[in-house]
Every structure is written in C-alpha cells, then in structure tokens.
Design a protein around this ligand. Structure first.
Ligand code: ADP
Length: 293
C-alpha cells in the first residue's frame, strides 16, 4: 500500500502541485527536502492506518471466536445439566410410582447419587473458574503436608463414575512416603482435571500413567495418556477458558472447556506451572504440572 502510494505521489507530482497552487499556495513544497518530508509523513500516516486496520481485524477475529466458544459453552453446560437431571427424574419417578424390590431401589438411589455428584462437580467447576478468572486467591487456607499416593488414590475414587475399572487402567508411579507441603485443594484440582481428561480423551480401557518426580526445588506430577493426542494448534489454545478442540466436540465427548483453564490458573496462583507435549493427533498427550517445593 505504502509503495503504491509513493509511486502514485511521484507520478502525479505535477498535478498535485497544480491543485495545491489553486487551493492554497502555502501548501506547495518549496524545495526537494520538503517533498521528501511530505512523502515520509505520508508513509508514516499510511503505516499507522495499515497497522490500525490489522489490529481491528485481529481483535474482530478474537471476539468472533470468543462468542463462538461461549455459545458452545452454553450448549455444553445445558447438555451436562440436562442428562443427569433427566436420569434423576426418571429414577425418582420409578421409585414413587412402582413397588420395587429393595435391591432395585438401592441401585436406583446410588445411580442418582452419582448423577447428583456430577451436577455438583459441574457447578463447582463453573464457580471455581469464575473465582480464578477474577484473580481471587483460593489456596491459602488449606496448606499442609500431603501424602501424594493417598491424594492420587482419593482423586481416582472421585472419578470412578467415568469407568468402574479405573484402578486397572491407571498406573501410579510414586516413591513410597512421598509428601508435598502445600494446598490440598490446589493439588486435588490439578490432579482431578488432568486425570479426568486423560481418561475422557483416551479409548475405553486405554492406559493412563501418573508419575511423581521430586526435585530439590519442585515436584513434577506427570500425567500421560495414549489417547487422542493434540495438534500444534490445540496445544497453543487448550489452556484458554471455554476452548474445546474439534476432536472433543465432533466426538461429542462431554466437557465445558474449563478444566485446563482451572489447572493453569491454579498452578499460576501457587507459583508453579503446567506444560503439555504431544506428538500429534492419535499420539497421546503428556501433561507436566510442576509444583513449587
Ligand atoms: P473439557 O475437557 O471440559 O473440554 P478442558 O479445559 O479440560 O475442557 O480441556 C480443553 C480441551 O483440551 C478439551 O476439549 C480437549 O479437546 C483438549 N484436551 C484436554 N486434555 C486432553 C488430553 N489428555 N488428550 C487430548 N485432548 C485433551
């Protein structure tokens, strides 16, 4: 644009000078230096207009993608609410309308408890991500010495609804008696979200590995799966609020796009960091959460 303008300005110099002399002779350049100054001013102004246009375009693109992600989020949340609610409704309707053997009643009630827990988890995810997004501190009140193996097992218990044979799928490599001094909530939140994803984005029965690598100044929690993997584009975006990859949406894998945002902001709040590696789609993924010692 700038080059075209310079060529046009030089080519039409005579006509421009004629026009300027008719309109206002004071505008006429008196020597070659003022012509160069005029060209430089023109280049600067054109560059600023160009940069402004690019900035507006990028901002517009970002807004469009954010609106799209928020629409996806609303529809995922609606779906995530409707499924367990419909199941609880059906269970209670059956319990009140029919005389069922005690065993069946117990089964229906325990299925409802699983659905209610799923609803509680969803509401908690939304509340937590909103608090973290506003920069509110959440991990100062529960600092203690935590037995890591126990913490991993407790988190796995809460994920049983994803697969009743979870214990057979997940390999835990944690040195005997390993401890970490820090926030229990932060550790649970990070472990819970990383493990849930590793299970959700792997084929059924696909193995998942959790290992602990303790160094002098930090503790790495490594969660590795052999599932869907991540493209280069996804690796850059998965920690953003609401982001879900096409892989997840096209396969209708349930989720809201909040889990990894929670992991990233939690790690930032406690002074740690999270990284991801994957050789590509279908190649599995490895997440490393580095907790400060
Ligand atoms: P959700 O799982 O609810 O969609 P997350 O924020 O936890 O939200 O994850 C964001 C996206 O990152 C997911 O939609 C998925 O596409 C991708 N992702 C996360 N973990 C994995 C994983 N272990 N393997 C492949 N893709 C993953």
């Amino acid at each position: 644009m700038v080059t075209l303008w310079v060529i046009w300005f030089i080519g039409r110099r005579r006509e421009i000078e004629k026009l300027a002399s008719q309109l206002s002779p004071s505008l006429l350049p008196t020597d070659d230096t003022s012509v160069v100054a005029l060209i430089v001013v023109g280049i600067v102004l054109l560059s600023m207009i160009g940069a402004g246009t690019i900035l507006l375009f990028v901002w517009g693109q970002r807004q469009t993608s954010l609106i799209q992600q928020q629409r996806h989020f609303v529809s995922s949340v609606t779906h995530e609410l409707r499924t367990p609610l419909a199941s609880i409704h059906l269970a209670y309707e059956t319990l009140t309308k029919r005389a069922l053997p005690e065993e069946t009643q117990k089964k229906l009630l325990s299925m409802s408890i699983v659905d209610i827990e799923r609803l509680i988890r969803l509401v908690n995810q939304i509340l937590i991500s909103s608090r973290l997004d506003r920069g509110l501190s959440m991990f100062n009140d529960d600092i203690r010495t935590i037995d890591i193996a126990k913490a991993i097992n407790a988190v796995l218990e809460t994920l049983n609804h994803l697969d009743p044979n979870l214990k057979d799928r997940v390999r835990v490599r944690c040195p005997e008696g390993s401890t970490w001094y820090g926030s229990q909530n932060a550790l649970n939140m990070v472990l819970g979200n990383l493990l849930e994803n590793a299970i959700k984005y792997s084929p059924s029965k696909g193995a998942v590995e959790v290992s602990i690598d303790k160094k002098s100044d930090q503790m790495d929690v490594i969660v590795k799966d052999f599932g869907l993997g991540l493209s280069k584009r996804d690796k850059k975006r998965i920690f953003k609020m609401f982001y879900r990859s096409d892989n997840a949406t096209s396969r209708a894998i349930p989720g809201t796009g909040l889990g990894l945002f929670i992991v990233k902001t939690t790690m930032e709040q406690i002074g740690g960091h999270i990284s991801v590696s994957s050789s590509g789609q279908g190649e599995g993924s490895t997440f490393i959460a580095s907790f400060p010692a």
